[in-house]
Design a protein around this ligand. Structure first.
Ligand code: DHB
Ligand code: FE
Length: 289
């Protein structure tokens, strides 16, 4: 059985990549954000995961509005980045883990998640920025990766409950995987933000803080919200919270919060990072109803 060691939720704002490229981590605007990753780095140094399963959303690099799967799972040898037009450096590819990808795909389909399987898949800033936050250095590739893409872009969006159940199914599949790998689960995006329309710049601190608390202690409260309710409360891009909810679903053990940071704003976004440890020897979560 693979060992799910923990989960990390983090913002994926593209401007973070620009700050990294310019070495602005200690700049007064950026330091309250970047400093929060010191604790995460210490924990990753101690725990040294072998694989990261990353729930994220594509913003039009690999999938566009013409063909957009609700859930897509990477099954590639490696995942290439490409220019998305944000003016960010294109980073070298990330190694995949095809054996684990196919195990997850087989298990998900057997459990009635009719995902799209991708033997080629470009990864955008929602994948690359979190990876460079967790493992700084353009060429740092200390883990194999399995990207799992959730549609948060083209309506209708999957429900929070469905995303939580997707995470739970991934967690069960990892527990059944014959391997001694240490697995980190990552959920990217959010928290509240809206990039366009009448509410451009919208941020909802109270809702974000409630979400960060419930993700740790009672994630099923969030699964009671419809995706449209999340958009109303967190902004049209704040619905990237769905990736965090899937991440939390995959933590099948007893979860302990080790660290969190919430900082407004980074670009147009209420930025956040949350580090959760997963203790697999303890009580399983309540089953989703
Ligand atoms: C921003 C946030 C995002 O989640 C994204 O995908 C693009 C831009 C921003 O705040 O600038
Ligand atoms: Fe985004």
């Amino acid at each position: 059985m693979a060992n799910i060691i923990g989960g990390i939720g983090t913002t994926h704002v593209p401007a973070i990549g620009g700050a990294i490229a310019k070495g602005l981590q200690k700049d007064p605007y950026w330091s309250p954000f970047f400093n929060a990753f010191d604790k995460v780095h210490e924990w990753l140094d101690e725990t040294r995961p072998d694989v990261a399963v990353v729930f994220y959303n594509d913003h039009g690099l690999n999938f566009f509005l013409d063909k957009l799967p609700t859930f897509a799972v990477g099954a590639a040898q490696e995942y290439k980045h490409a220019d998305e037009g944000w003016g960010l450096p294109v980073v070298p590819p990330y190694p995949g883990d095809p054996a684990l990808s196919w195990h997850l795909i087989e298990s998900l389909v057997a459990n009635e998640f009719d995902i799209t399987m991708c033997q080629e898949m470009l990864v955008d800033h929602a994948f690359t920025i979190p990876m460079s936050l967790l493992w700084p250095g353009t060429n740092a590739r200390p883990v194999r990766t399995v990207p799992i893409c959730i549609n948060t872009v083209q309506h209708p969006l999957p429900s929070a409950e469905r995303c939580f159940k997707l995470g739970q199914a991934v967690g069960r599949a990892l527990n059944a995987y014959k391997s001694t790998d240490k697995v980190l689960i990552v959920g990217t995006g959010g928290l509240s933000h809206q990039l366009d329309g009448e509410r451009a710049g919208f941020i909802n601190k109270e809702f974000d803080q409630m979400c960060m608390d419930k993700i740790v202690h009672d994630p099923q409260v969030l699964t009671g919200l419809s995706s449209l309710e999340i958009i109303e409360k967190a902004g049209s891009q704040g619905v990237e919270l769905l990736n965090w909810i899937a991440m939390r679903g995959a933590l099948t053990g007893h979860v302990t919060k080790l660290h969190q940071n919430y900082h407004i704003p980074i670009s147009n976004t209420a930025s956040a990072v949350l580090l959760l440890e997963n203790n697999t020897s303890a009580v399983p979560l309540r089953k989703a109803s």
